[in-house]
Unconditional design. Structure first.
Length: 156
């Protein structure tokens, strides 16, 4: 299921999540947190390197991404920038061990939907952040579509 502009992901559909995380223990933690939540269906795919995650994003069909900023093949905000460039239509939540307010603000300014710190997140917060990220992205795309239609009408 590709997330299309103007389309919300119904609760009855499976949300396809890509977790780009270099630490298998942290990946397992996210998998466990998603399994704890009742009523929401998630399909979680994991990539241990940014390069693998970028290839998966290029294939399409991902509804949202959790992205660590400390990966074996990429570190820091460049990690986010590269992922965002690959799939700007897919909401990305930075989920990292780096508790740095300045980096968090920069990531959000560059287009991240949220910045969560590992160890400060529980399953409910994780899922709530996912839903909000998907809905925010949908709302922005709807607004862009409406603006484009308005502009077309003005130019006629």
């Amino acid at each position: 299921m590709n997330q299309q502009p103007g389309r919300s992901i119904p609760h009855s559909e499976i949300v396809k999540v890509l977790l780009v995380e270099g630490n298998p223990g942290d990946a397992g933690m996210v998998r466990e947190m998603l399994a704890e939540v009742n009523g929401d269906a998630f399909s979680l795919e994991c990539a241990e390197q940014l390069s693998t995650g970028l290839k998966r994003l290029a294939e399409g069909g991902i509804d949202m991404v959790f992205l660590d900023l400390s990966l074996p093949d990429s570190r820091g905000l460049d990690t986010f920038s590269r992922a965002y460039a690959q799939a700007p239509q897919v909401p990305i939540i930075v989920l990292t061990g780096l508790d740095d307010e300045q980096v968090a603000v920069q990531a959000v300014r560059k287009g991240a939907q949220d910045y969560l710190v590992k160890g400060h997140v529980d399953s409910n917060l994780l899922v709530r952040a996912m839903h909000y990220a998907v809905e925010r992205k949908r709302a922005v795309e709807e607004e862009l579509q409406a603006s484009g239609k308005w502009l077309e009408r003005q130019l006629k």
